[in-house]
Design a binder for this molecule. Sequence first.
Ligand code: GDP
Ligand code: MG
Length: 437
Amino acid sequence: LGDRFQDIFKKVSGQGRLTESNIKDALREVRLALLEADVNYGVAKNFVAKIRDKAVGEEVIKGVNPAQQFVKIVNDELVEVLGGTNVTIAKSAKPPTVVMLTGLQGAGKTTFSAKLGKYLKKKGEKPFLIGADVYRPAAKKQIKVLGEQTGISAFTIDESTNVLEICKAGMEKAKEENATYVIFDTAGRLHIDEQLMNELKEIKENFHPDEILLVVDGMTGQDAVNVAKTFNEDLDISGVVLTKLDGDTRGGAALSIKEVSGKPIKFISDGEKLDDVSAFHPDRLASRILGMGDVVSLVEKAQEVIDEDEAKKMEEKFRKNQFDFEDFLKQFKMIKKMGSLGNIMKLIPGVDTSAIDMAMAEKEMKKVEAIIYSMTVQERRDPKLLKNGGRKKRIAGGSGTEVTEVNKLIKQYEQMKQVMKMFNSGGFPGMPGGFRG
Ligand code: GDP
Ligand code: MG
């Protein structure tokens, strides 16, 4: 093991930044990995090109080579792209919440209706299934059997081939039973056709679903693009369910679907058993699609080491009360590397981020950053120089702020130093020592 890592580190040849040429091979590797994962060709090409443009010029961190760093950037971007902002299932203020499942035949809709029912039941909801697939005779039986297995009400009308009639009667029954969620299991086709789409549109218009989920077989690969595109254009879906991830597929369909529809993936299904369902985790799927988890963790480790070194240095400076505005900037950079301020706050247990005006805080941080950037390096290192009014005026002008704001920052800095002084002289017994970046 040691030898292999030696080899990897040998490849670090002092290239300071990512360039078109030093990531060329990595680029090809990544594109191949995506294609192997069955990401649509066009989607893979665009995705890689987009990231290349973003990545070129970035500084290479110590301990990894440009190729490795590029893979990490791709991975992070993949997580970002796959992750939706609203990944939980809708809940209507006026129950029952109506969920409509759509998708091609065999995608796993009927199975998922029962899985979702079970999932909701565990959360204390009262789900109700409506079997609205009138084309396959076995479909109605299937949903009734699933209802029995899960102890969830499953409604259909055996004699009827009228989808709207079944849905209407089902809705009434669901309300009688005080169901909190109604799940429509609709019919699929082997291929998209107009009749199917019209039927789905009719259900949508009549029952105004709070959630229209497109169920996609995770093994479909290239076709997923067309399916997602058509269903989204015709029905304006609200989310995606990716099934059959227990197979050997790497799940590239997810990226294709997300790129064409822009709709979040909400659930994944990974088995035939009714408990094989879970909320979607973008990081897990990203690493599965890219299949380069070891490279990603290598870069993460190297990054951690650097962050730790930095944090230690910073801690030392604080202890000796030597920190200056250069250190402020470094802190900001670290925060940025970790994402937005809001994201970091979310990681801190017990912090209610809804109570903090994040946009305000980010704006404030940008302002402070602008002020520090308008200082000369000497001023940053020796804040005493800032007693001079002319300097303050120049800094305010340069950063598009007011002298009062520059004063405020200097004051905060001095107060901080004061606090650290007490802190370091043991003025606050029982408080944890040290500062973490
Ligand atoms: P529908 O036509 O969209 O309603 O699809 P079904 O729910 O009837 O599922 C079609 C087939 O796929 C059935 O044999 C299911 O057992 C199977 N299936 C559904 N979801 C999964 C899954 O996550 N993993 C596996 N291995 N099979 C699944
Ligand atoms: Mg079905």
